[in-house]
Design a protein around this ligand. Sequence first.
Ligand code: SAH
Length: 391
Amino acid sequence: MNIKGTITLKQGRDHSVKRLHPWVFSGAIQQTTDGLKDGDWVEVQDVSKKTLGFGHYQKGTITVRIVSFGAVPPGNSVYRSKIKVAFAQRLATQVISEYTNAFRLVHGEGDGLPGLIIDIYHDVAIVQAHSAGMHLVRNLVSDAIKMALEEKGFSVSAVYYKSLAEKSESEYLLGMAGVPHIVLEHGNKFYVDWEEGQKTGFFLDQRENRKLLGEMSKDKTVLNTFCYTGGFSVYALQNQAALVHSVDASEKAVVMTRKNLTLNGFDPQVHHCVASDTFDFIKDKKDVYDVIILDPPAFAKHKDARHQAIKGYQRLNTEVMKMIRSGGIIFTFSCSQVVDRQLFYDTVVSAGIQSGRQIKVLHHLSQPADHPVSLYHSEGEYLKGLVLYVE
Ligand code: SAH
């Protein structure tokens, strides 16, 4: 590994790195080697020149993402060894089984690889780099995935790099695989299209929450808003929901939902999938649904957008609390990293007050074991959910 320079932290601004938090903010830096380029490996030191770790440099608010803590510079094998550790954790925590072959292999900071996301869809790996450093090492990462999985008897037929920047930069780093690809999740089948779909093609983070929703759906009339590829809808139907309606603003997502219903033996002519804005759709639907899922996209991606986002969550939740049938159940989520659990809870409380209904909290939901959070990086916990009972 070629270390290109040194970042020296200000006196008193080295605590978070010493506490194994992987981000070095620009405001904490006293001195930077000249001529560094985005993605370069750098050494991070405290003011006394003690080495604290090594990471990827990138000009911006988060200037270094630390990949390796301590005084020993990592070699190129660092990706391989960390991916191996991540996979061992997925195996140990039984994320993968005869019934589930789609999982997140690497969840950025949660797996000690800031900026890197790897999702596995049966035998195809999708890699996303959220930093210049991870973009530059995508081929090393691809080789590491193949080695780590094959070592445990799993096969990897293709690795697809899905660029966040330019679609033309997306490419197969290894092999080739046709889309859509069928995966299994708790025995349910889903088509995944990583080339055209949002993010890596499927929202794996809702796996356990979908299962819980299924368990509460028997004989119920269910509305799945922001349905994307229909994950929650399929689980509701597998659990004998009476009727399921799915809504998403994206026509492509609605087409995929229809395909996924059909794939699992359900008729989209009966269980309608509608391309619509959720707010518009729910306007005239008072007392129609027993169970409603609200899983909107991140309303706030940055702190400056937080206030608007809160207003959005509040309005959405109030409207749904007002229109749901008596005895109804709401699964409400926020995946905005900048809206923490307490703030989301408080927002839902204020929505409840606005709705004027009696509401109980049945469950607090989060992200599953293949989306781990480092104990030292609480920002990694992004998915928050509540299951509410509306009297
Ligand atoms: N619940 C889904 C994931 C939801 S992702 C799952 O389990 O897979 C968020 C989805 O909201 C995206 O598909 C996006 O197209 C959709 N969306 C964004 N704004 C919307 C709006 N105003 N009304 C309806 N859908 C919207």
